[in-house]
Design a protein around this ligand. Structure first.
Ligand code: DHK
Length: 149
């Protein structure tokens, strides 16, 4: 059976490519989705690439991933620094978790320097834009294989 991974995106990620400062690059969310779908397909893995502006929806999807996904990538966006419910849901997930950020959060404002998501993440990729998203898919696939070996 083809394995599945979830890539969950938090608030405002739907506006990527529209930010006037260019913090999150120039590519639209739909284009990033397509790029990630191609990368997952190259590994013969199914990708659920989703975005919500709502904390509870993200928690529901993390719980769904417990049943349906071998690995999880999450950019919880602004909820990264505040959401205990997202952290608690992630702690219940058994497979590898990659925390991804488009920007280098440690180069930015101090309130972005302390991630709650990191407490549940296997690893973190930040500052590489959409390249980091593709690398996150590569990494989670390798971790799934390593765990199965
Ligand atoms: C995305 C956001 O929307 C911010 O709230 C985070 C993250 C950083 C990113 O770099 O992808 O602070």
């Amino acid at each position: 059976m083809t394995q599945q991974i979830f890539f969950l995106n938090g608030p405002n990620a739907n506006l990527y490519g529209m930010d006037k400062n260019g913090t999150y690059g120039s590519e639209s969310f739909a284009s990033i989705d397509e790029r990630c779908q191609r990368r997952a397909a190259s590994h013969n893995i199914t990708l659920q690439f989703r975005q919500s502006n709502h904390e509870g929806v993200l928690v529901d999807w993390i719980q769904e991933a417990r049943q349906q996904a071998a690995g999880l990538i999450i950019n919880a966006a602004g909820l990264t620094y505040t959401s205990v419910p997202i952290l608690d849901a992630l702690l219940m997930f058994d497979g590898p978790i990659i925390e991804a950020h488009m920007s280098n959060i440690w180069k930015r404002e101090p309130f972005r320097h302390h991630s709650l998501v990191s407490k549940a993440a296997t690893g973190v990729i930040a500052g590489l834009g959409v390249i980091g998203y593709e690398l996150a898919i590569d990494a989670v696939v390798e971790l799934i294989k390593a765990n199965a070996a």
